[in-house]
Ligand binder design. Structure first.
Ligand code: 5RP
Length: 212
């Protein structure tokens, strides 16, 4: 079993803050994410600046693309991203066109649980999905539990590389013990911490403890 990677989601309001956090945690994380909230504010400048700061890290542009996949994929790639996200509601042609430009992760929100559709993603070379609990669902009281574990396992058994995100804290990771999670994605637990490096390290320590 491979050890899950650790990704920091930089959903900050400006690029300067994102760069400040990225600088502090880049030695601990595997993947740096220009978060959706950041991209809404600063667009591809955020991606370009992060790429300049961390030339050797995997960089994700979390654009949650819904249409014009080829165009948006090219824009993300040219800004320096390695991966971009498409929302699960995007059409198959949108995802295929994006995937021709850059590696796509499908972010799973409402209504994704159609296995025929998910199989089409795989059949077209889209192998990454992000199992997501949304920020607003979490504000409404959603927590991580057995249902999520079963859904993640189902996707892994189909052949997907599955990343897990949404209000994830180090104590959530043990729910997935023995499961081949591709990446744990943590945002606010790191970016809002007094010491982002220590917060990222606590995720890393928990990954190392559980996935030996
Ligand atoms: C928001 C996202 C976030 O990047 C993701 O949920 C991780 O952030 P947090 O740990 O703060 O929930 O995709 O749409």
């Amino acid at each position: 079993m491979t050890k899950p990677m650790l990704q920091v989601a930089l959903d900050t309001d400006d690029t300067a803050t994102a760069l400040n956090v990225a600088r502090q945690v880049s030695d601990v994380v595997d993947v740096i994410e220009a978060g959706t909230l950041l991209v809404y504010q600063d667009g591809m400048d955020a991606v370009r600046n992060l790429r300049a700061l961390v030339p050797d890290k995997i960089l994700l542009a979390d654009v949650k693309d819904a249409d014009a996949g080829g165009h948006i994929g090219k824009v993300c790639k040219e800004a320096g991203a390695d991966w971009m996200t498409c929302i699960n509601a995007a059409t198959l042609p949108t995802m295929i066109n994006a995937q021709k430009e850059i590696e796509v992760q499908v972010e799973l929100y409402e209504g994704w649980d159609n296995m025929e559709r998910a199989q089409q993603w795989l059949d077209n070379g889209i192998t990454q999905v992000v199992y997501h609990q949304s920020r607003d669902a979490k504000f409404a009281g959603q927590t991580w539990g057995e249902h999520d574990l079963q859904e993640v396992k189902k996707l892994i058994n189909m052949g997907f590389k599955v990343s897990v995100t949404g209000g994830v804290k180090p104590e959530v990771l043990k729910l997935f013990e023995g499961v081949d999670v591709y990446t744990f994605i943590a945002g606010r637990a790191i970016t809002n911490a007094d010491d982002p490096h220590a917060a990222a390290q606590s995720f890393r320590d928990e990954i190392n403890r559980i996935w030996k």
